[in-house]
Write a protein that binds this ligand. Structure first.
Ligand code: HEC
Ligand code: HEC
Length: 400
């Protein structure tokens, strides 16, 4: 069995040292190795990589393929290197078929068949359903845990709880809490400056900047002006197309396509919450959900910026299986967490952003603390100043 905890720590540390942030890419495990050949936009995984053959994965975009690799590794509690010799070093051999990789390929096909034959093709069974972060699934309930802690795992897809206010009602309260619809309609752009905070004392101290332009452009940057040797991380989205540059990512600089682009669009649009109700459909409010210490052993080890409490959860649906769960403080009506999922053929890809320390800027509340968490990395940011309705050069949102 893998020593998951130790691995997790070193992964997170690696992610932070290399200056990674905000999901959509699962590159941080591949630190310290040269990018694979940069694939042209529009290339499928089977063309970009040499040995990708499963029907389920071969037609994904390269970025979405790597997200699926992140899902695979985390669902089994493994590292890239457990299936790919030398992963994380310059000697990585991604093409070679290890026994684990051959089994994984079979399992990818098995999962498709299970869902097709039993669930009408709906993705009900994923790698995680059986594996639960173990390489070999457990078969029998543990008597030790039977009478102790309840299972804190949550549903991705929530059902409406009729005792709660409707989804749009909760969103209206949020809009009012931020400063009101009129104020938000008047927000056309902003620049947030701050600092990136590393994890477990490593990394961090990057210059953190968010540029946002209504209705759907957004760029996030981490730069290290005092360390010219540390390359910046830049995520841009110009309303249609996004670009990701992570210094030591497997794909180098690449264009966002597929499910990752849907996620980036939502993130850019959510930067202007006045339009929030129009961004997704089928808004529904579920039962209260706890975050923080209450939420079980797994999360009590985390240093969360969101205090432990029960939060109101509103969920909506987007294109191609995109789902976003929004957590609101029941007293302030402010948003404390966005957990968004995009589809992959072997399980959803989750990305989470927490918000805290809301402060008033020209009559609108902005969160001054953020925490980004994704399948293989985490990162916090603290904002020191926000400038609203400032001109931003269109180039900022283009290819970095
Ligand atoms: C449980 C085993 C397993 C783990 C863990 C795993 N992979 Fe894979 N990987 C595979 C399989 C299987 C394929 C081939 C998929 C196919 O044929 O459709 C593959 C293919 C690849 C390829 C394409 C290589 C080529 O040129 O053909 C890359 C790149 C890759 N994986 C990266 C990663 C990264 C990065 C991670 C860690 C986040 C990772 N993998 C974790 C099983 C795994
Ligand atoms: C229906 C349950 C189920 C699902 C779903 C499932 N697996 Fe498995 N998997 C198993 C079982 C059971 C074993 C152990 C088989 C054995 O020990 O011979 C296993 C073993 C494996 C192994 C070998 C592990 C080792 O250490 O030998 C890999 C790799 C693997 N699965 C990958 C995956 C991937 C990737 C997915 C999702 C695409 C997946 N599995 C989905 C049941 C499942």
């Amino acid at each position: 069995m893998i020593k998951l905890w130790l691995k997790r720590l070193s992964l997170a540390a690696a992610a932070v040292t290399a200056g990674w942030l905000i999901g959509s890419v699962f590159t941080s495990r591949a630190v310290a190795q040269a990018p694979l050949a940069t694939c042209a936009a529009g290339t499928k995984a089977s063309a970009c990589f040499k040995n990708v053959t499963t029907d389920a994965l071969k037609n994904l975009t390269p970025g979405d393929f790597l997200s699926a690799m992140g899902v695979m590794a985390d669902s089994l509690g493994l590292d890239c290197a457990d299936c790919h010799p030398g992963a994380g070093t310059d000697k990585a051999d991604w093409v070679f078929d290890t026994p684990a990789k051959i089994t994984a390929r079979k399992m990818v096909n098995m999962v498709q068949t299970i869902n097709k034959e039993n669930f009408g093709g709906v993705q009900m069974v994923t790698c995680y359903t059986c594996h639960h972060a173990r390489d070999r699934p457990a078969t029998t309930v543990s008597l030790d845990s039977l009478y102790s802690s309840p299972n804190f795992e949550k549903d991705d897809i929530i059902q409406a709880d009729k005792s709660q206010p409707s989804g749009t009602e909760v969103l209206d309260r949020f809009i009012a809490a931020l400063g009101g619809q009129q104020k938000l309609n008047g927000l056309t752009s902003y620049i947030e400056n701050g600092v990136s905070i590393g994890y477990e004392g490593l990394g961090g101290n990057g210059k953190f900047t968010i540029y946002a332009k209504s209705p759907n452009q957004r760029t996030t940057e981490i730069r290290f002006p005092d360390h010219p040797d540390r390359a910046p991380s830049v995520w841009t989205f110009d309303g249609k197309v996004g670009w990701v540059t992570t210094p030591r990512g497997l794909l180098g600089e690449y264009q966002l396509e597929g499910a990752n682009a849907d996620g980036a669009l939502l993130e850019a649009q959510m930067s202007f919450p006045g339009q929030i109700k129009t961004l997704l459909t089928n808004w529904r409010t579920g039962s209260l959900e706890s975050i923080g210490e209450n939420a079980g052993a797994a999360s009590s080890a985390n240093v969360s910026i969101v205090p432990p409490d029960d939060y109101r959860v509103v969920e909506g649906n987007g294109p191609r299986g995109l789902v976003a769960k929004l957590y609101f403080d029941t007293k302030t009506n402010l948003l404390v967490r966005v957990l968004r999922f995009v589809n992959s053929p072997i399980g959803r890809v989750p990305i989470q952003v927490d918000y805290a320390d809301y402060r008033d800027v020209n009559g609108i509340k902005f969160p001054f603390k953020m925490a980004f968490l994704w399948l293989d990395g985490r990162y916090n940011a603290e904002i020191s100043d926000v400038k609203v309705n400032v001109p931003i050069d269109a180039k900022v949102f283009g290819k970095p």
